[in-house]
Design a protein around this ligand. Structure first.
Ligand code: MTE
Ligand code: HPA
Ligand code: MOS
Length: 765
């Protein structure tokens, strides 16, 4: 019970991540921790052993006879549509007559216990006639195998601009995939409810997407599917769309067998069956004048989409939006192709195609700089965007912090001294070399699909003064629950102790967009603000008429106390709420928010798609052991534009985590499929992710505290994805160290820059 002595100071303090105490005391509940109902069935998925082929025969009669196995489901057992494609309907839940990637689900085993399911799995026999396997997006493109129509963003006229350039450079780049490696693997738990309905507990970033998909598979209306999410043990984009399959499977079993069902993927199943960050192969052409102004830029992106569209068409679009990163280039032609290969459908991953686009322009600039014998930072700073510049997609830049972040980084971290020290170090050491790079970032905030930028919230103030908040936001470790609590506490003028953040539930808050695009706090926070303000209006009007008897007076609730014309009254939050309740005034409200201003016209590829941009610059320094090819990231220092951060600890955590995840993508994480489309990096023994020892020894993030008018929640800018892209600097820092050892190195713009590639680059092997 909350008494009147709640810690009022908490309304103002930075209270960090509200979820953290639960995590460190093992009290946080994840899907697999939900107390199971009696009769629970355990699901296992039988997946394709080959990447492309015709299913000739499948025999699971023996398997189904296994003691403890209740039923094995194939695509014919689906009462609704065998379809889970989000943007494009091109992905079956269970393979029919053909398989298109290794790991594609074919059958679902429902058993009384895990051992029985496991036993049955090994008894299934499948005969598949192999078909040609494509893993390379350029090969797919050459055969016209595309997942969605190609896109082109254009500004100015590159053709004539290139003729005016003094210098023109062309090249090719590669970026690899990235395994999400959320600590909690994909999973869901469902049980049947009254009226032929189901309730699903899912580890998803998109509760509504799960609801929609399950309803489609079951052949029922959406109101018969309730989806509930307490939190995720990480999503990183991997559960924006790809949580739906497992949830639909549990729903199917619960619906057909009228028993609770749970499906939790084992780590190796998760790695094998789910898609990753889209790898890209790209071509670039960059043209500069004699003063190093970039006059023209052309890029062609070949996205490796995998076997189904999933979110790849939207990811492709964001690659184009970010193809010029923080730079203003007057003539740009950028073309992007989403190529269909026989890999698991690739999907959202922190940055959502943005990092892939940014890597290419950074490589192009670096390529030009190296060829001209100048520092890449010279070209970077010279071409940095400013207010009034038009981006290739038509948006005019406003409140740019690109230059301010860059300049602040240069002076605060004393880049000139770092450069000198590195030079001196390299002159002194023959077999250890250092390198550094600067990485600016400009990231657009909003779903690129305008239609998705809306959210709702439901607020109940209970008669004892406690508050229950529901929004469409999903907590996945990014701290959005903490921010929602802060928004409600601040808007009501009460302690955060009074606020309980409820689970994300499709019956309480409907038609949600996934928690993604770094926009969750902005969209849901603004909807929450709207709901709280409606209740506030009722409270204020009551205070004016019933307490002050003066409709003209000024009312404020601050630190749980009611003030009238700036004077404290005897009313506090708790007794005010009691009074209001007794007067039969509505203490609940539903808020709605749709981002204003934004629009985009795909027919002309122009518009104003982003509510605002987030800016920053990082300096990254690395040391390479030139005998072994191994390296360390010595330092990352970033100036990050957080707006006016409402939660410094959460935002700092997002920056630090994002930077390390970005470094992982660029340096050590190597997704490897063989030519038959089989994942070789299929476990943590063969796929290396950054651990605590990979965190740069010296990692600092300084917020550029800006207070400009923007559409961020309480002016606290979105922070989820942008910091990942600082990690791109690690590639160039390491590459520069390799060049310090071997100036004639043939090392390519091919990420990740693993120790193996470094070693070969050091000795031109
Ligand atoms: N941080 C943690 N700890 N776990 C996550 O899964 N996902 C990232 C980012 N930070 C993620 C994370 C991604 S991909 C996005 S889009 C944002 O958080 C989503 O949350 P936001 O919109 O609240 O920033
Ligand atoms: N970002 C992240 N996820 C998305 C987007 C986006 O722009 N669009 C659709 N899903
Ligand atoms: Mo994040 S890739 O938008 O889930």
């Amino acid at each position: 019970m909350i008494d009147d002595k709640v810690n009022i100071k908490k309304t103002e303090m930075q209270f960090g991540n509200a979820d953290a105490p639960g995590h460190v005391t093992c009290k946080s509940i994840y899907v697999d921790d939900i107390p199971a109902m009696e009769g629970l069935l355990y699901l296992r998925v039988f997946d394709s052993p080959v990447a492309h082929g015709k299913i000739k025969n499948i025999d699971y009669a023996e398997a189904e006879k296994t003691d403890g196995v209740v039923k094995i489901f194939c695509y014919k057992d689906i009462p609704g549509e065998n379809q889970i494609g989000g943007i494009i309907a091109d992905e079956p839940l269970l393979a029919g007559n053909e398989v298109h990637f290794c790991g594609q689900p074919i059958l679902i085993i429902a058993a009384e216990n895990e051992d029985a399911a496991e036993e049955a799995l090994h008894k299934i026999k499948v005969e598949i006639e192999p078909l040609p396997v494509i893993t390379d997006p350029r090969v797919a493109f050459a055969q016209n195998k595309l997942l969605s129509p190609s896109r082109k963003f254009k500004i100015g006229d590159t053709l004539s601009a290139f003729t005016k350039c003094k210098y023109v450079f062309e090249g090719k780049t590669e970026t690899n995939g990235q395994e999400h490696l959320y600590l909690e693997t994909q999973g869901a738990y469902a049980y049947p409810t009254e009226h032929d309905s189901v309730k699903i507990f899912s580890s998803t970033q998109g509760p509504t997407q799960v609801q929609r998909t399950a309803a489609r598979v079951l052949g029922v209306s959406m109101n018969k599917v309730e989806v509930d999410v307490s939190r995720l043990g990480g999503g990183f984009g991997g559960k924006e769309d790809q949580a739906s399959a497992w949830a639909a499977m549990t729903a199917l079993v619960a619906y057909i067998l009228k028993r609770p069902a749970k499906c939790i993927l084992h780590r190796m199943e998760d790695m094998r069956m789910t898609g990753k960050r889209n790898p890209y192969s790209s071509d670039h052409k960059i043209g500069l004048d004699e003063n190093y102004n970039i006059l023209a830029y052309e890029a062609t992106f070949y996205q490796n989409g995998g076997a189904a569209a999933d979110l790849s068409p939207a990811i492709l679009e964001r690659t184009l939006f970010h193809c010029t990163n923080s730079y203003f280039i007057p003539n740009v032609t950028a073309t992007a192709h989403s190529c269909k290969t026989n890999l698991p459908p690739n999907t959202a991953f922190r940055g959502f195609g943005g990092p892939q686009g940014m890597f290419v322009i950074e490589a192009a600039i670096d390529h030009a700089a190296k060829s001209l014998g100048i520092d890449a930072s010279l070209i970077q700073r010279k071409n940095m965007m400013d207010d009034g510049n038009e981006m290739p997609y038509g948006q005019i830049i406003k409140n740019s912090e690109a230059k301010s972040c860059w300049d602040e980084a240069i002076s605060k971290y004393d880049i000139e001294t770092i450069k000198k020290e590195i030079k001196a170090f390299n002159a002194k050491n023959d077999f250890i070399k250092k390198g550094m790079a600067l990485m600016p970032v400009c990231f657009g905030i909003s779903f690129t699909n305008t239609m998705m930028n809306h959210a709702r919230a439901l607020v109940h103030v209970y008669s004892d003064g406690s508050v229950g908040v529901s929004t469409g936001a999903v907590e996945m470790g990014q701290g959005v629950n903490s921010k929602m609590i802060q928004v409600a506490a601040k808007t009501f003028g009460i302690s955060t102790d009074r606020i309980k953040l409820e689970t994300t539930n499709t019956t309480r808050v409907a038609n949600t967009s996934p928690s993604a695009a770094s926009s969750t706090a902005d969209l849901n926070g603004k909807a929450l603000l709207h709901a709280c303000n409606q209740i506030n209006e009722r409270l204020h009007s009551f205070i004016k008429t019933e307490i002050a008897s003066n409709t003209e007076c000024m009312v404020e609730i601050k630190d749980e106390r009611v003030y009238i014309n700036d004077e404290a009254t005897v009313y506090n939050w708790k007794n005010l709420i009691q009074q209001i309740f007794m007067k039969r005034i509505n203490l609940s409200a539903k808020g709605h928010y749709a981002t204003p201003v934004i629009h985009f016209d795909k027919a002309i590829e122009k518009g104003h798609p982003f509510a605002y941009h987030v800016y920053g610059t990082a300096v990254i320094a690395a040391t390479v052991d030139c005998i072994r090819g191994i390296y360390e990231i010595d330092a990352v220092h970033a100036i990050h534009d957080a707006g006016t951060s409402i939660n410094h600890l959460v935002d700092l955590g997002q920056c630090e985590g994002g930077i390390v995840q970005g470094i992982g993508w660029m340096t050590m994480e190597e997704v490897v499929y063989n030519e038959e489309g089989k994942l070789l990096s299929n476990a943590l023994s063969t796929y290396k992710i950054p651990d605590i020892y990979s965190v740069p020894k010296d990692l600092t993030v300084q917020f550029l505290n800006t207070d400009k008018n923007n559409l961020a929640i309480l002016k606290s800018k979105a922070v989820g994805e942008p910091p990942l892209m600082y990690g791109i600097g690690a590639f160039f820092a390491i590459r520069n160290a390799v060049l310090a050892f071997n100036p004639g190195s043939n090392i390519k713009y091919n990420a990740p820059i693993t120790p193996e590639k470094v070693l070969m680059g050091l000795y031109n092997m």
